[in-house]
Design a protein around this ligand. Sequence first.
Ligand SMILES: Nc1ncnc2c1ncn2[C@@H]1O[C@H](COP(=O)(O)OP(=O)(O)OP(=O)(O)O)[C@@H](O)[C@H]1O
Length: 351
Amino acid sequence: MSITIQNLNKQFGNFTALNNINLEVESGELVALLGPSGCGKTTLLRIIGGLDVQNSGNILFHGKNIAHRNARERSVGFVFQHYALFRHMTLFENVAFGLRVKPKKERHNETEIKRRVHELLQLVQLDWLADRYPAQLSGGQRQRVALARALAVEPQILLLDEPFGALDTKVRKELRRWLRRLHDELHVTSVFVTHDQEEALEVADRIVVMNKGEIEQVGSPDEVYANPGSPFVYEFIGNVNLFHSRTHALWTHQHGDAIAYVRPHDIEISSDPHPSSLTAIVKQIRAIGPTVRLETATLPDGEIVEIELSRERFNATPVSVGDKVFIYPRHIRLFEEKKKNPEFSAIAHHS
Ligand SMILES: Nc1ncnc2c1ncn2[C@@H]1O[C@H](COP(=O)(O)OP(=O)(O)OP(=O)(O)O)[C@@H](O)[C@H]1O
């Protein structure tokens, strides 16, 4: 089931929460809505699910306008951050709930309900806990039950709002890999809200980057990471060094008032000068897993430049704190800095 969002606007009083959103989610896709707190992700998800109503604009499911359909009639499954399981019901009953409350003519008989619930619990690998109560489960297990419960009514669309937000990092990582595998098996069109860029990059087929109620960029994880369309996306996804062309004309090729963006892993470090190198002093060295992060300060102005090297690369040319080094970018992206308008536009892209 595809989702089409056309010219969607949402106001809360005078506040514009969503400004002219246009988006196409293809059938069977897993799309992440990614952005900082308050950018409108949850509002958009709630409107898609029929839990909230837009001020203007349309939402189409599979080409059909669904404005008149309420949440129940949209065939949508929800999973929220805080596991909304019924505490007094076993896992089995929690998952069976949606099937039991179906209108009589659509309801399956008890044997079929049992079969379906066990199948779903097997899918989320919790069938062995069917008789337990939610309080007897870990947070990660509860979220898997919440997902099984959302899937029980065979939704055409699955909406997930920070489903792993309340869990610790290790469990989060496991669950997102698990969600990706589950999605590959089921292919239910899914929209997933997160403010965690790593989560979006790892799980989604496509990422919708949102900022202040607007869409900044839509693309595959690779596109969004390797080719950010705006300074906002550059800064939001991955670490980045920022340089003003006035101070670093060498790297920005004298592009007037431009801002240069360079990823820490796109900076080369050498003990010999290079035609476009800046001189810098190594201030700090931190090894984090397989990478080594260096903090350097350029000479003479002391601007901090972060550099990331693989451990092998670092070991091949080791440096120490206090060393003078030459640094130059392998890949740089320039955005024009407009004086009146705080918006930026890309003006160059070179490697
Ligand atoms: N019912 C409401 N009444 C008034 N303002 C609201 C309401 N719901 C949301 N907002 C505002 O709309 C903006 C977008 O909220 P929304 O929850 O969609 O953001 P979000 O991107 O999901 O953020 P978070 O990651 O923190 O959940 C916020 O500034 C929020 O304060």
